[in-house]
Design a protein. Structure first.
Lengths: 699, 169
């Protein structure tokens, strides 16, 4: 148990400290780094999905006035470490997926660079490629672990026997689509190599973690960490795609090292982002539920098939939530991968939990219907008293309270359980529910420094604010830890000049960086007391949380959706969503509400719109822009009612926080699909839920 | 081909020599040094580059700079004058109508232009009676702001902010 901070600033609604800078467009993003006379890069991408580069003719490009250099596999610097195949840019002639970088033009203007890139002529030896994901493939394999280090398969009891003897069963296959993170700020890197004193590389990169990026880039180039500085005070969204370094960062650094002393700028186009900065794998989820007439589950199994690239494995942990969500004596989860000639998948908001709560939560709705039990009540009946697989008690688990409070706020009692029973003019009206979950993570490494100067406290930590509110919430934590007013605290983040901080991922930011700040504040007070002198400073590392060995730690939520379907056209509208969450203590209600709303909005977008269409003939995403890869627009979103329970968890960290960046997207798509079923009687098991899947079945 | 143009940006005159392929967005960001308008897609699909061109909202990535000779451009930076922000900008901060902030300058310019269109009586898809004066209802605001994508999902707060700026609570 930890002594929770007495909340004074924590829990207060505070507007963003960077709000004025953002509404006036004056805060700098990566590409906007203030550098003198930069050169501009434009990548050249492979136009085949598999094969080899035989010849590169750069002459027509180099003949263009204003072209400085063209880097290709033939002339690019050899990297020190090529173990990470995604980052081994221009190191050999192999093409492993369509869109892979095979060159880069450096020129005096972005227009010239782009024009020249189109003039680079490449001859390929093309090989046949394979990008089709299917559960019937004979070459599916079992990865050693799933992201980041979870067991690939788990089993308890005898699922087959339990399914055979169950009163009621659901056995269905559900699929989620390929999704692209698509932060509004395209990935961008400004790089400068200064050769003096053994060389120093400065990167202004749009990243969720300046320190992890520095470590990766230093390794690739064989540099010491202190030879590399990464600067990123503001991130124009990331949602995971800026959590790990991608090839363009290395490409920009290669260009900078080819032009010592001069900064180079590289911004990916929106189209390029569909090939080179990661995506969420499509998933095929075979779900089995068995239950008695009393609605108690006797068997739960989820067998997942998904894809990875041939050159680098990423195994999404899709079955994870099935391992802990509901009680049942017989259980099984498996993950199998197809290694294809596709770009490298990566994290996208709630990897694992987000796709992994689609199939299971729709299956629960199907089971509720088969049993004639209310879907809220079915979930309540299967509430486990301990983590079903590990046997650990939950540090706090308030799923039932979320379901009950959500049902009350939403008006769930007015729902007619008969599908297709409610009609309002042209509209078929329905309601659906699904549960949300996200684990509490704390990263092992982060250090905060606190310094007293001129009557205020400065907190330095190389953390990130992707729109999550770190600039505003970290001072709230520091203020309470130091027991001073929040306006007496300044923070400095987003630069490797500040101490080590972990990646902004896994909803772990506040839990990790905040714990480091609290530790530093306690050390500061212990060393300097309540009346420090100018220049007094101390740093401290995030402590390990030994309670993680004794407790299962998760945030929970419940989402309720009203769906309306036009009886003739099949048009689907979602006028309102209600989300109730139990996610520990909320540091700042203003920024927290935005995170929950944002997650639910992205979940709605996943449910109804998003779908990266991979062309099997050419191996690329054909709808590679915002005109065709649809994300929810303003008019697609109705009322979103977000509420959180006052949850006190003394085991998670000194702030009592659980992390809220990802749970909002978990379960939303299932709740939408369940609401559409309640409205129409049509069960859509393949995302996105689009009108073509409804039309043939409407009354 | 390079052409000389004169353009006023946020109240200051600029004489620029532009490549005829250069968009107004690139001219503002690379030559004028005003990075308030953002590049989110460069194809007129996301709205992050929205500025006011002679008072009307435009996607500056779809305007060639050479066609902007002798025009007046206002960016989100210019909406804030003399240390005080525009009421739309204040409402965006108070309603937390942003997260990462990258789409925000475009959202703000779009909202200013949209409120002007609404006040001028222009109907939209959400207008019931196109002969009547449209009101800043939530449906009108959401419809008229749908050219500005926000991946953080701040839409409901954006509607609240624009509603506040329009004088509704």
């Amino acid at each position: 148990m930890t002594d929770l901070l007495r909340p004074k600033a924590i829990g207060q609604s505070m507007n963003r400290r960077d709000g004025i800078g953002k509404v006036t467009g004056t805060v700098p993003y990566a590409y906007e780094a203030d550098v003198d006379a930069p050169a501009y890069c434009h990548p050249v991408q492979a136009t085949i999905a598999r094969g080899r580069v035989i010849e590169v003719d750069t002459a027509p490009a180099e003949a263009l006035d204003g072209v400085i250099a063209v880097l290709t596999p033939g002339n690019a610097e050899r990297l020190a470490d090529t173990d990470d195949a995604e980052l081994a840019v221009l190191q050999d002639d192999t093409v492993a997926f369509r869109g892979q970088f095979v060159g880069v033009v450096i020129a005096e203007s972005p227009q010239i660079a782009r024009a020249a890139a189109s003039l680079v002529r490449i001859t390929y030896a093309e090989q046949s490629h394979d990008v089709r994901l299917s559960a019937d493939r004979t070459d599916l394999y079992r990865p050693d672990k799933v992201n980041p280090a979870f067991e690939t398969d788990t089993a308890q009891g005898d699922v087959a026997a339990a399914m055979a003897s169950a009163d009621v069963t659901v056995e269905q296959t559900y699929t989620t689509a390929m999704y692209h993170n698509n932060p509004m700020e395209p990935h961008a890197t400004v790089a400068r190599w200064d050769a003096a004193d053994g060389g120093r590389l400065t990167l202004w990169d749009s990243t969720q973690g300046v320190h992890p990026l520095r470590k990766a880039v230093a390794g690739v180039f064989g540099l010491a960490a202190d030879q590399v500085r990464v600067i990123c005070p503001f991130v124009g969204g990331g949602f995971g795609s800026k959590g790990t370094p991608h090839a363009h960062v290395v490409l920009a650094a290669l260009a900078a090292r080819a032009l010592p002393g001069r900064a180079v700028k590289l911004a990916l186009t929106r189209q390029q982002m569909f090939a080179v900065v990661g995506y969420r794998t499509p998933t095929i989820q075979r779900m089995s539920l068995g239950a008695g007439r009393d609605g108690r589950l006797t068997a739960i199994a989820l067998d997942v098939v998904e894809q990875t690239s041939r050159i680098k494995e990423f195994a999404e942990q899709t079955a994870l939530p099935t391992r802990m969500m509901y009680a049942a004596p017989n259980r099984r989860t498996t993950h199998r991968l197809a290694a294809l000639d596709v770009p490298v998948p990566t994290w996208m908001r709630a990897p694992g939990e987000c796709p992994g709560m689609f199939g299971p939560e729709v299956a629960m709705d199907e089971l509720a219907e088969a049993l004639g039990v209310d879907p809220v009540e079915l979930r309540v009946r299967n509430e486990p008293d301990r983590d079903p697989e590990t046997g650990l008690p939950f540090s706090s688990r308030n799923l039932v309270a979320c379901l009950r409070e959500g049902a009350r706020r939403f008006g769930w009692a007015e729902r007619d359980p008969r599908p297709g029973a409610r009609r309002d003019g042209r509209w078929l009206v329905g309601a659906g529910v699904a549960a949300s979950v996200y684990p509490v993570h704390r990263m092992p490494e982060s250090t905060a420094l606190i310094r007293f100067a001129a009557d205020s406290y400065v907190v330095e930590i190389g953390a990130a604010d992707l729109g999550t509110g770190t600039w505003t919430t970290l001072p709230q934590i520091a203020a309470d830890a130091l027991d001073v007013p929040v306006d007496q605290v300044a923070v400095r983040i987003g630069d490797t000049a500040y101490p080590m901080a972990s990646v902004a991922g896994g909803s772990s930011g506040m839990a990790t960086w905040g714990s480091a700040v609290v530790e530093a504040a306690r050390a500061f007070r212990a060393k300097f007391g309540a009346d420090p002198a100018d220049g007094d400073e101390v740093d401290a590392d995030v402590p390990a949380n030994t309670a993680q060995q004794r407790y299962a730690m998760y945030a929970f939520g419940a989402q309720f959706v009203e769906a309306r379907v036009d009886v003739d056209t099949g048009e689907i509208r979602v006028p309102r969503l209600t989300g109730v969450f139990a996610a520990g203590r909320i540091v700042n209600p203003v920024t927290a509400r935005s995170q929950f709303i944002g997650g639910m909005t992205m979940g709605l977008s996943m449910a109804l719109h998003e779908n990266s269409v991979l062309d099997p003939r050419f191996g690329h995403v054909v709808n590679h822009d915002f005109a065709e890869y649809h994300i929810a627009t303003n008019a697609d979103v109705g009322d979103i009612d977000v509420h959180w329970l006052d949850e006190h968890d003394p085991h998670v960290n000194p702030m009592g926080t659980k992390g809220i960046g990802e749970i909002g997207i978990v379960g939303t798509a299932a709740a939408v699909a369940n609401a559409v079923h309640n409205a129409t009687g049509v069960r859509v098991r393949d995302l996105p839920v689009t009108l073509d899947k409804l039309l043939p079945h409407l009354p | 081909m390079r052409v000389d143009i004169t353009v006023r940006v946020d109240g200051a005159g600029h004489r620029l020599t532009v490549d005829t392929r250069t968009t107004l967005l690139d001219a503002l960001r690379e030559q004028v040094g005003n990075t308030a308008p953002k590049k989110g897609c460069d194809h007129g699909q996301c709205g992050a580059c929205t500025v006011l061109l002679d008072g009307r909202r435009v996607l500056s990535c779809l305007v060639l700079a050479v066609t902007a000779d002798d025009t007046e451009v206002v960016t989100a930076r210019g909406l804030a004058a003399d240390g005080s922000v525009h009421p739309v900008q204040r409402a965006f901060v108070e309603r937390d109508a942003l997260q990462c902030g990258y789409c925000t300058p475009g959202q703000v310019c779009s909202a200013v232009g949209m409120l002007d269109e609404l006040a001028s009586g222009w109907p939209s898809h959400a207008t019931g009676d196109v002969t009547a004066r449209p009101e800043p209802t939530d449906a009108e605001i959401a419809e008229r702001m749908s050219g500005n994508l926000c991946r953080c999902g701040a839409y409901t707060n954006i509607v609240a902010a624009v509603r506040q700026a329009a004088g509704r609570r």
